[in-house]
Design a protein around this ligand. Structure first.
Ligand code: HEM
Length: 501
């Protein structure tokens, strides 16, 4: 066989290039790292199992390699922790950071430059704890009113059964309405444009995640540069929503400042978050300028970002869980009918607290929500050593293997089955965090908005169950679909039919 010089030259260069790529892409581990799960195809590593088979794959890895192991996914080493190590992460305070884990792909600091991304999270958490959770009883009536506006508008009369695809898109507006009411107040939130802005802000952020990180196989920075290119050329996906908020906020805030000046001590401050910010050092103002509005809207958008998306995911999940389980309908309806009678249709916080079966059902719906892994945190220290003596380096992204906590033996011999009254029987309300219930994180950074979220979902479910017979089109709970380790919201129909009163 004869090979020309050119052919040999090409083969040699090709060999050197392939060798160089393999050498560059070889995962480099530091000392004492968690075990790296072996893989067969260089560069691709575990990406295929991670994307198409996360549940079974993670379960096998956990069995063979223990609570903490490394995978090679999309050209990066990631660490996965089972149900033991997450609490070391949550407890370690600032050694790990959730927002920093997404920073490369979601350049919030470019989108919200005035607050430099996620802004002052400790102040935000304090605001939510004191101004929302601490005053939840004052907001309960308003939440109920706002939810009923959405239910009447978007579901309405179902004397003839109506099929609605009640997934995340549908619920984002239902959930956004009461949140807008609490954040920007009764007057501003009356405008449908404002409710739409609240409902859609998170969807705009999600556009950054549409493109799978294939370019990360070459280098994670290349994917990051490509997805953030439009932003760096001046495109801001939420500019239109900021403009909407500014438009409606300006006259209302100007009037509040004027009233305050004229009425002095007789001024009655409206109950909402914007009023709180206007009096808070570092957030308030004496004059409503364009720059002030730009700034305060960015502050508000972080609250919307944290609140609407996650609450929407879980109410949508809960409705499907209810609609597909006929065995629960009568029991949950009876509890709601009893409470409705007691409160004469007007809920106060103590009535929401008395919905103990619904609360327990909600806890279970959240526990079995389905994300195999998630709650990614970035290691912020030079290195971090887990109690099992394995060490990970700075900047390592850690995925929490949620199923290992949620489907733990602590839930009995069949932890994957739906246990609607587990919370009730074990005195564990839906807001109570424990080792095997970490949907709201834990420790110093545990979600401060969970009391609002659970109240809002319970009030909404209470009203839906009271007003309608609700069932899935298929008559059962449809199987969950996945994108990598993350569950995809259901997109099948739910049938609503008026209950005879
Ligand atoms: C069902 C709905 C919700 C879920 C599942 C959820 C979940 C979470 C999780 C997992 C964390 C991260 C904890 C960590 O870093 O370890 C978190 C943090 C946070 N959540 Fe929520 N959340 C929900 C609703 C809300 C709502 C309604 C608000 C606002 C009113 C909110 C505001 C926040 C804030 C400000 C943080 C950051 C806390 C910090 O870093 O100190 N969340 N949430």
């Amino acid at each position: 066989m004869y090979f020309s010089f050119e052919t040999i030259q090409t083969l040699v260069i090709g060999f050197i290039v392939v060798y160089a790529i393999l050498w560059i892409k070889k995962p480099r581990l530091s000392k004492n790292e968690p075990p790296m799960v072996p893989y067969k195809i260089p560069i691709i590593g575990h990406t295929i199992d991670f994307v198409f088979n996360a549940d079974t794959f993670f379960s096998k890895c956990r069995k063979h390699y223990g609570d903490t192991f490394n995978l090679y996914v999309f050209g990066q080493v990631i660490t996965v922790v089972g149900n033991e190590a997450p609490h070391e992460i949550f407890r370690s305070g600032d050694s790990f950071n959730l927002n920093e884990a997404t920073k490369d792909l979601l350049p919030v600091h470019h989108i919200l430059p005035r607050v430099n991304g996620f802004g002052d999270i400790p102040h935000l958490s304090k605001t939510i704890r004191e101004e929302i959770t601490g005053k939840l009883s004052l907001y309960t009536g308003r939440m109920q009113e706002q939810l009923m506006i959405s239910i009447n508008k978007d579901i309405g009369d179902c004397s003839n059964p109506k099929v609605i695809v009640s997934g995340q898109n549908f619920f984002s507006k239902v959930i956004a309405r009461p949140i807008a009411n609490i954040v920007v107040g009764e007057e501003v939130s009356r405008h449908e444009d404002v409710v739409n802005a609240f409902a859609n802000i998170t969807k705009e952020f999600a556009t950054f995640f549409i493109l799978p990180p294939f370019l990360s196989f070459i280098h994670p920075k290349i994917h990051q540069q490509v997805v953030t290119l439009p932003i760096r050329f001046g495109w801001n996906p939420i500019r239109k929503h900021i403009n909407t908020l500014k438009h409606y906020l300006r006259p209302v805030l100007e009037k509040r400042l004027k009233d305050k000046e004229i009425l002095g001590d007789k001024y009655k401050p409206p109950l909402d978050i914007i009023e709180y910010y206007m009096n808070e050092p570092g957030y308030g103002t004496k004059v409503i300028t364009d720059e002030y509005l730009n700034y305060i809207c960015e502050v508000l958008i972080i609250i919307v970002f944290g609140s609407v998306h996650s609450t929407t995911r879980h109410i949508a999940g809960a409705l499907y869980d209810f609609a597909g389980r006929p065995e629960l309908w009568d029991d949950l309806y009876e509890e709601q009918a009893k409470i409705d009678k007691e409160c004469n249709g007007v809920l106060a916080i103590e009535h929401v607290d008395r919905m103990v079966k619904l609360d327990s059902f909600m806890r279970e719906s959240i526990r079995t929500f389905g994300d195999v892994a998630g709650l990614m945190h970035r290691c912020m220290e030079d290195s971090f050593t887990f109690k099992n003596n394995t060490t990970i380096p700075k900047d390592r992204i850690v995925y929490i293997y949620l199923n290992d906590s949620f489907y733990n033996k602590a839930y009995g011999p069949e932890p994957r089955s739906f246990l609607p009254y587990y919370g009730l029987d074990n005195n564990k309300p839906a807001t109570k965090i424990d080792k095997n219930y970490i949907a709201f994180g834990a420790g110093k950074h545990a979600c401060p908005g969970r009391f609002l979220a659970i109240s809002e979902i319970k009030i909404c479910m209470h009203k839906l169950i009271l007003n309608y017979h609700i069932k899935t089109e298929s008559g059962k709970v449809d199987e969950k679909k996945y994108a990598g380790p993350f569950v995809i919201p259901h997109s099948t129909g739910i049938i609503f039919e008026n209950r005879r009163k």
